[in-house]
Design a protein around this ligand. Structure first.
Ligand code: SF4
Length: 300
């Protein structure tokens, strides 16, 4: 800002923080994924991940809370102590950190926390994203089905922001075992509300389904999922699981068989590319624990 007098620049530097977050560590995976651990001014850990794809997508996965109170059993974040909701500025600053070195074009709220428990912070940040090149159509908010926030999102949010539902099991008993929030807000109600969203906006809801070996990956479970979702309103993302201790990830064959069942039922489905597995930056692995080893070199 050389158009400002030096004295003013010096005063600004001393008194106005450049970011609400301080970088603690940064790691780079072999596939180019970068994971950054930040700390808020009051000491809470926050992680965000930059993912680069060959087709030019530069996607940042941000956190909406420090830790998460919802304790899904397959998730490393759920095992941390919950800190607090992040402010809109703390969310924007995660994206801005990466934006200083690469142009960004996609944003997903799939980092730490349940975004719809912090809808004001999340929307406040999302509405500022177009200024750094991320449009609402390329922004995805992912929820486990937190009904108060989901109702507000469906009723009040006019921007074309994508909605994703972390579903993971169509059988209610199994889902409650994996995700205790299911006891509070039953899946049937959550799916019905997502369907309303599709009817109103004509935008399909993404369904996130993490593939856990021998737990939720049987063909019969795929058929149950297809029955629950139907053909129109949803698109399923099958996510190869990055083991965090308790569960193993499904084999390629099991994932292919599961997808074939969905194909047979004409439910749109894809298998997600995993990124950043070697630095614990993939889905369900964010736990704000800096690793001791040095960043690895990037291969193309
Ligand atoms: S999966 Fe999401 S909602 Fe569940 S514990 Fe992890 S961060 Fe929280």
């Amino acid at each position: 800002m050389t158009n400002l007098p030096l004295a003013l620049r010096t005063a600004l530097e001393a008194e106005v923080p450049f970011s609400t977050l301080a970088v603690v560590t940064e790691q780079q995976a072999r596939d180019g994924t970068v994971k950054t651990l930040f700390r808020t001014h009051d000491g809470h850990p926050v992680e965000a991940v930059l993912m680069r794809y060959r087709d030019g997508r530069r996607s940042v996965c941000v956190s909406s809370q420090s830790g998460c109170p919802l304790t899904c059993t397959f998730c490393a974040t759920g095992a941390m102590t919950f800190g607090r909701n992040l402010t809109a500025s703390e969310i924007v600053d995660q994206a801005l950190h990466f934006r200083r070195s690469v142009p960004l074009n996609h944003l997903v709220f799939m980092g730490m926390g349940e975004p719809l428990m912090n809808l004001d912070g999340v929307l406040g940040a999302t509405r500022r994203m177009p200024a750094i090149g991320i449009t609402h159509r390329r922004t995805t908010i992912s929820t486990v089905g937190w009904m108060p926030g989901l109702s507000r999102f469906v009723e009040d949010v006019a921007e074309p922001i994508r909605l994703a539902l972390s579903l993971h099991a169509a059988d209610p008993a199994l889902r409650s075992e994996l995700m205790p929030v299911n006891d509070r807000y039953p899946l049937a109600d959550v799916v019905a509300l997502c369907r309303t969203h599709w009817e109103r906006t004509n935008r399909r809801v993404f369904v996130e389904y993490v593939m856990l070996a021998g737990v939720n990956d049987a063909p019969a479970q795929a058929r149950l999922l297809a029955e629950l979702l139907g053909r129109d309103a949803f698109k399923v993302n099958l996510i190869p699981y990055n083991p965090t201790g308790k569960y193993g990830g499904s084999s390629r064959e099991a994932i292919a068989t599961f997808k074939a069942e969905l194909d047979r039922a004409h439910v749109p489905a894809t298998v997600r590319l995993t990124r950043g597995r070697d630095i614990a930056a993939a889905c369900g692995q964010l736990a704000a624990v800096p690793r001791a080893r040095a960043p690895e070199p990037v291969s193309s």
